[in-house]
Design a protein around this ligand. Sequence first.
Ligand code: NAD
Length: 334
Amino acid sequence: MASLTANSTIGDWLDDPRGAEALGGLLAASGSDPSSLTPVRALPLQQMVALSQGEMPQSVIDGLVRSVNGGEIPEDDAATGWQETIVVGRFDGKTIVVTGAASGIGQATASRIAREGGKVVAVDISAEKLEAFAQQAPAGSVVPVAADVTNEGDIDRVIAAVGGPIDGLANVAGVNDDFSPIHETSDAIWDRVIGINLTGVFKLTRAVVPGMLEAGKGAIVNVASEAGIRGNASGKAYTVSKHGVVGLTRSAAFMYAKQGIRVNAVAPGGVATGIPFPAHVSEEGSARLHPFQSAIPTVATAAQLAASITFLLSDDGVNINGAILPSDGGWSVQ
Ligand code: NAD
């Protein structure tokens, strides 16, 4: 029988008697059970670290792997589940600005573009994580620019760092809200979430479009959310911000359709990233949302979202403009 490793899917672990016992024990200790893992069965066990949003250290995964392999961590380079397939040269000669590039979906998108031949101007407010990402990318492929997408001066620095034509823009940076309904939503949460998720997208896009108009071409992909197309996926501020991103996408797609600029959005469902929640989460809002959020059919990896985003950014998206592409394992049709 093949060894269970961190690369084995959660489904493989649950279907194996030793794996089910080890994983079941871990879940029971936190008052949960294996049915809670149904949406993530297709993900490698390793993704539980990202999914736990800082709660589960790597040592827990290592401990699980050891517990079913006689105390050892077996060699395993045969990953299971979906594998990213690089399209060699798809972004050759292109310069793409990617925000939120220090983490999660933005980093997976930036990484894929760089590995497919593009030059990435990688933008994030987290300078340290951005630098670490740029260091391990193919030499010269990633230009890190530590910047806050809500700050005009920072946006000017991003444009200056590009220093030439911009072929594509992926607006990925975003933050969660606190799941609050409107009567509980503070000005601080509203201003932060609308500021980063919507105004930041507006401001950076406004700065990039003139160059694209001059060139007569360009592709922009905004990251919306399931919360941009329904009312029961998140709190007030996040839902409004992502509906705003959908409106911004459609309006820009219409306005520039005859000038060679395509503007689309990807609406992710659940994705295993480290996107943090604010310190205080609304109890009332969480309770109301819980049954709907727990109906998420699948949770994706950041690389799976990057596959959708890079498709729309690349010339393969040639005939697509103004689309809001759910990348959610089918959640949006439920
Ligand atoms: P993440 O937290 O892993 O990455 C977001 C990045 O944005 C971080 O590196 C953060 O530093 C950066 N950022 C935050 N504020 C910024 C600012 N003002 N300026 C520049 N950078 C800033 O989160 P993620 O899950 O990869 O989220 C990426 C996008 O996907 C977000 O727009 C999010 O709303 C959207 N999304 C995520 C999920 C999910 O389940 N993870 C679902 C739907 C939509």
